[in-house]
Write a protein that binds this ligand. Structure first.
Ligand SMILES: NC(=O)CC[C@H](N)C(=O)O
Length: 374
């Protein structure tokens, strides 16, 4: 069955429908990871985005019940060159196509993804529409022009949890599965703000010795402080950090009272709470091989990333230090407050998918909480 991808600037790609049949719009972005499509599909930070995989064949090792990063896919649509209909892996339970159908994710395959990515790199990420129900290019271009982008929208409210919950699931190991920390002594009480949190962040916190309670994004700073945490974690999440005023205000109130650690959207919100500003990148960083320099250790780490906005280094005041930079484009990858215990990174130390080079950051959070306790 025919499907069309139309971009707001008039560029059109014709391919084949895959996954659910339908019509979806969103900002068209690309991810350069070769594997990890299941984690990418279920990362809530992709809400509002149509993700293109640059690796040419996706779905080779199928889908399993374990490798999900949230309860379901939150992205708007999925684009691949070729989806593999014959997955082969001992953990595979179904094909990618069947999974997308089951979760109502509209996809397109068989387009020249290399040409699409080069177009986005030159022209910038923009709104697009995938349709297998309307195949008139002109009508789709018009609809893409009308569809909303990411800027100025609060997408966090679409993905955050409804009520607080606790978790004791630790990290996964081959042959063992996910560790169960129930009943095990965990010395640090952490409240984690859910702006669209990935499960592997929670698992890393649990395995590092944190007793974690996840709270909805709108939870007030006062309600968090009543829980008497040793530290507060600010999660990743979708879209533009600028309109999420309630979170910025709560973070500003927590600063100095309790150690803070933020990842991705959490990093952007923390930087705004520090008085800084964010801006939209031309086409973002999404993939598993972004080189980052950690000034503190004087080491380069290869990182997993997924973001379309970034913190403006010139906007940060004297009390904020840039701790990490991206070696591809020198953008800010981490900050820390010089007076209060608070730090954050733009990338994903929990990987999932991606390299584990940055796992030391969970230990850094534990150390910060330990120092603050004493
Ligand atoms: N992974 C994330 O938290 C993404 C942060 C933000 N939505 C961005 O695109 O920049």
């Amino acid at each position: 069955m025919k499907a069309i991808l139309a971009l707001a600037d008039g560029k059109v790609f014709e391919g084949k429908a895959f996954g659910a049949i339908g019509e979806v719009s969103g900002e068209v972005v690309f991810n350069t990871s070769m594997t990890g499509y299941q984690e990418i599909l279920t990362d809530p930070s992709y809400c509002g985005e149509i993700v293109t995989m640059t690796y040419p064949q996706i779905g080779n090792y199928g889908i399993n019940k374990e490798d999900v990063e949230s309860c379901k896919p939150f992205l708007s649509g999925f684009i691949v060159k070729e989806s593999c209909p014959f997955p082969s892996n001992f953990r595979s339970e179904m094909s990618l196509d069947a999974y997308l159908k089951e979760n109502n994710v509209v996809g397109i395959e068989g387009i020249d993804t290399r040409a699409l990515v080069r177009h986005i790199r030159t022209k910038g990420a923009q709104v697009g529409i995938i349709s297998s129900v309307d195949t008139d290019p002109q009508s789709l271009i018009e609809k893409a022009k009308q569809a909303p982008g990411l800027v100025g929208r609060d997408l966090v409210k679409k993905v955050t949890c409804d009520s607080a919950y606790e978790t004791s699931e630790g990290v996964w190991t081959l042959g063992e599965g996910y560790a169960d920390a129930t009943g095990k002594e965990r010395n640090y009480k952490v409240v984690a703000y859910d702006f669209g949190i990935k499960r592997n962040i929670l698992r890393n916190l649990v395995s590092a010795g944190c007793d974690v309670t996840v709270v909805p994004a709108s939870t007030s700073a006062e309600d968090v402080l009543v829980m008497n945490p040793d530290g507060v974690f600010l999660s990743n999440g979708p879209g533009d950090p600028e309109p999420i005023k309630y979170a910025q205000e709560n973070i500003a109130k927590l600063l100095g009272k309790v150690p803070l650690f933020g990842i991705c959207l959490g990093h952007q919100l923390m930087s705004i709470a520090f008085g800084g500003k964010t801006y939209k990148l031309k086409f973002g960083h999404r993939g598993g091989n972004q080189p980052v320099l950690d000034y503190q250790r004087q080491q380069v780490e290869i990182t997993s990333q997924n973001h379309g906005f970034a913190v403006d280094s010139d906007s940060l005041g004297d009390h904020v230090e840039v701790t990490h930079i991206n070696l591809n484009d020198n953008t800010v990858e981490g900050v820390r407050h010089t007076e209060y215990p608070a730090f954050s990174v733009q990338y994903h130390p929990e990987a999932s998918p991606g390299p584990h080079d940055a796992q030391y950051l969970f230990a850094r959070f534990i150390e910060l909480m330990a120092n603050h306790k004493n």
